[in-house]
Each structure stands twice: as structure tokens, then as C-alpha cells.
Design a protein around this ligand. Structure first.
Ligand SMILES: Cc1cc2nc3c(=O)[nH]c(=O)nc-3n(C[C@H](O)[C@H](O)[C@H](O)COP(=O)(O)OP(=O)(O)OC[C@H]3O[C@@H](n4cnc5c(N)ncnc54)[C@H](O)[C@@H]3O)c2cc1C
Length: 405
């Protein structure tokens, strides 16, 4: 049996795995990155519409969901968005700030992936693709010394042979977009070694509508409007998009992280105005003008047509009673939608839940009860909002683990 030995094996050549690999490589460790895909960083390439929203300058712990809200603090503090910007600046990456704080590649996500691969090359990292992982074993080292007995060796059986390492890093991400190579491998390894995996569900994902609403809004497919989407105490003011399946766009993807099935979400269609006060003022100032005409100045025309027809909002402002103004403003500012579900992992950007961080050190990312086994990135129960936060988590957790493997 030929067994190759390296210091560190990282399973997953994605964002966190490549960051961890380069960091450990620069420390002089021999690092092998394994991935079953035929290409490294596939999600990086498809992210941000092909331009990768690679960080958010405002990233802070409040932008992350986890059952252990404090877990992300240490790593985010030790590797900031500015640290990542300094890295890409050293490589001359051209980037743009689209909305405040959100940085995208100016040209293509390929440029960002090239930087990570160059860093890995400079750090002496070996990346082996097209490699299926069959089994992971913990082999106790043959020693009586108390210290060494803590350090077992990890043996990884792959389709390309057997490898042993002192540190095994699981960087296999979440379940979203299975066609891009996402698997539940990391969760299985966690369970094999006695760590708890918290229930997972699709996040940053379009919401589907009940069949009756789907029919009602079918003709609005493609219409986008700036709204405030709310669920409980969480609100996001961003564009919302009607699709042929339901609702999408940043406002909906954001709120999907917080939504729980069976409950309604609330949409303010004209968030920038006090609608009731405005309608009362218009009834006084422009009694002959129509609600429909005013609405077309605030909302896309096709959406106005559906609202006016469904609610019988034809007529001039002078015809509006106070009660009707109340109803109209309520409907526009507190539109209640009860989603049917989500589009699921097929289109989700992230996976909520995952490896329970209670079992992992927030300093080293090593499993507390399994020396030499590390979990980083999205496989952990840490999920960012939309806006570059998920990549910042991948960089920060990968960098932190890379210091200790
Ligand atoms: C469409 C889309 C757009 C996105 N856009 C953004 C964005 O603009 N900004 C942002 O911050 N976040 C974005 N995200 C989220 C971001 O891509 C992820 O949070 C991030 O890639 C997670 O990094 P990771 O290293 O944990 O996992 P990944 O980058 O997913 O890497 C995991 C790697 O593990 C490999 N792997 C999985 N299972 C196995 C196995 N069994 N054996 C071997 N290898 C395996 C995979 O092939 C993959 O290479 C987007 C996600 C999607 C799906």
C-alpha cells in the first residue's frame, strides 16, 4: 500500500479551502488540496453574476446568522475586508463598489480566482482535482507520550490513492447548487467524528408563491421594484423581482434567510413615502388627478395595472374616502404574501445551518474533541447576508485555520 504523507490535506478547493491552503503553505506546511470537481473555485466563478461580490467593507458579526452568534467574531476581527482588499490590490485586481461597501470584480470573477490560485502556487500548495474522497480514518499514532497521543493521523482514501496528514481541513461548503459540485460530505465527516450537524435549509433563495398568487402575478414576471421586505423585526430595502415561479431579487433573497415556512412576509411597495399622508395631501391639492397616474410615478406600470384592476382603484383622488385611503395605504405599505416555499438548493446561494460551532474552536477552527480535524467556510453553521459577507466569512475562517493547521 503506497501512502503519501503531507502536513495538511484540505478537502474543497473553494473560497475557504484555497485561502486556508495558501495561508498554511506560506507557513512552510506541505499542503494538498483535494476536490472532486474538474475545476477549482466553481462557485467563485458563478458568484455575483460572474463578477464575484468578494467582500463587504462593512462586514461585522451582525451580518451573520448562526445559532452561536459570537462564534464568527474572532475570525472576522483577525481577517478584515481591508485585509482581503490589500491582498487583491497586491495583485492589481480592478474592482468596483456597486452599492456602498459591496466590492465586485470590475471584469470577471476569473480574475479573483486567478489571484487565489497564484497565491496557492507561490505558497507551494498542490491542488488535485477530479478526486473522489471515499473514506476518512483517524489513525492513532503509535506512541506512549501524552502529548503525541493527542495527535492522531488522518488517513484519506481517495479515487487517486491514500494520503495521510496531521491536519485535515473540511472546506466542502454547503448544499446549494448541487450541479456545481455541492455535497453534504462535510456534514457526514462531522457526524462520523461525533460533531452535531444542525438542520440545514436553503438560504438567500427565491420564494415561491401559492398556486393562486402565482396565477395572479404571472403577468408580472420580470418586473422589478424597490421595496422593503419584512419578516418579524427584520427589514431589507432593496429591489424585489417577480419571476414566473414567485418572488426574487435582493430584498427577497435577504428575507429568505429569516423566513420560516407557513408564515407571511410583508412588503412595503413604496417604502420611501408615508403613503397615507401623501394620499390625503393629493386629495386636497389635486382632486382631479387619478390614483393610477400617481402610482405609475412610484411603481412599474405593469404592477400598477394589476393593483388597480384587482382592487378597483380607478377614479380620481376626490372620490377617495378616508376609509378607502386607509385601505389603499395599508395594502401598499403592508402587502401580505404567504410564500409557498423556496426554490430550494437548486438556486439558493447559501446553506443555513450546518456543523454546530459549539464543537469547533472559534480561534483555530479545530474540532474541540478531534485534534487535527478542522472545519471552515460555509459547512459551518455560519451564514452571511447577501452582499459579499459569505465570501468574507470564507476568507476569514480559511485564514484563521491556516494559521494553526
Ligand atoms: C450563485 C451563487 C452566487 C453567489 N454569490 C456570492 C457573492 O457574490 N458574494 C458572496 O459573498 N457569496 C456569494 N455566494 C456564496 C459563496 O459562493 C459561498 O458562501 C462560498 O463559496 C463558500 O465557500 P466555501 O469554501 O465554504 O465553499 P465552496 O466555495 O462552495 O467550495 C466547496 C468546494 O468543495 C468541493 N466539494 C464539495 N463536496 C465535495 C466532496 N464530496 N469531495 C470533494 N470535494 C467536494 C466543491 O467542489 C467545492 O470546490 C454565492 C453562491 C452562489 C451559489
Amino acid at each position: 500500500m503506497i501512502v503519501n504523507k503531507v502536513d495538511v490535506v484540505i478537502i474543497g478547493a473553494g473560497a475557504s479551502g484555497l485561502m486556508c491552503a495558501a495561508t498554511a503553505g506560506y507557513r512552510g506546511k506541505s499542503v494538498l488540496v483535494l476536490d472532486h470537481a474538474n475545476k477549482a473555485g466553481k462557485k467563485i466563478l458563478m458568484s455575483g453574476g460572474g463578477r464575484c461580490n468578494f467582500t463587504n467593507m462593512d462586514a461585522s458579526p451582525k451580518h451573520f446568522l448562526s445559532s452561536n452568534a459570537h462564534f464568527c467574531i474572532s475570525a472576522l476581527r483577525r481577517y478584515s475586508p481591508q485585509d482581503f482588499v490589500d491582498l487583491v490590490d497586491r495583485h492589481g485586481l480592478e474592482y468596483v463598489e456597486k452599492t456602498p461597501g459591496q466590492l465586485f470584480c470590475e471584469h470577471s470573477a476569473k480574475d479573483l480566482l486567478a489571484i487565489l490560485l497564484t497565491e496557492c502556487e507561490w505558497a507551494g500548495v498542490t491542488i488535485q482535482l477530479n478526486t473522489n474522497i471515499e473514506q476518512v480514518e483517524d489513525i492513532p499514532t503509535d506512541t506512549n507520550s501524552e502529548q503525541d497521543s493527542l495527535h492522531s493521523v488522518k488517513r484519506i482514501h481517495t479515487s487517486n490513492g491514500i494520503i495521510e496528514c496531521d491536519s485535515l481541513v473540511i472546506a466542502t461548503g454547503g448544499l446549494s447548487i448541487p450541479t456545481m459540485g455541492a455535497t453534504g460530505f462535510g456534514y457526514k465527516v462531522a457526524e462520523q467524528f461525533g460533531l452535531t450537524v444542525l438542520p440545514t435549509r436553503a438560504g438567500l433563495v427565491p420564494l415561491t408563491l401559492q398556486p393562486s398568487d402565482k396565477e395572479r402575478f404571472a403577468e408580472l414576471s420580470g418586473v422589478s421594484s424597490d421595496v422593503t421586505a419584512s419578516f418579524n423585526d427584520t427589514h431589507f430595502t432593496e429591489p424585489m423581482l417577480f419571476t414566473h415561479r414567485g418572488l426574487s431579487g435582493p430584498a427577497i433573497l435577504q428575507i429568505s434567510n429569516f423566513w420560516t415556512p407557513g408564515h407571511p412576509i410583508f412588503i412595503n411597495l413604496i417604502p420611501q413615502q408615508d403613503i397615507k399622508a401623501q394620499l390625503i395631501q393629493l386629495r386636497q391639492d389635486s382632486p382631479k388627478a387619478t390614483l393610477e397616474k400617481w402610482l405609475t410615478k412610484q411603481l412599474p406600470k405593469r404592477l400598477v395595472q394589476v393593483l388597480v384592476e384587482e382592487n378597483e382603484w380607478q377614479g380620481s383622488f376626490s372620490e377617495l374616502s378616508n376609509a378607502k385611503i386607509d385601505r389603499i395605504s395599508e395594502q401598499l405599505s403592508n402587502w401580505i404574501i404567504k410564500p409557498n416555499g423556496t426554490e430550494g438548493y437548486r438556486t439558493a446561494e447559501v446553506t443555513l445551518g450546518g456543523v454546530d460551532t459549539e464543537f469547533v474552536s472559534s480561534k483555530t477552527f479545530e474540532a474541540k474533541n478531534v485534534p487535527g480535524l478542522y472545519f471552515i467556510g460555509e459547512v459551518l453553521d455560519v451564514t452571511g447576508w447577501l452582499g459579499g459577507y459569505n465570501f468574507q466569512w470564507a476568507w476569514a475562517s480559511g485564514y484563521a485555520a491556516g494559521q494553526f493547521v
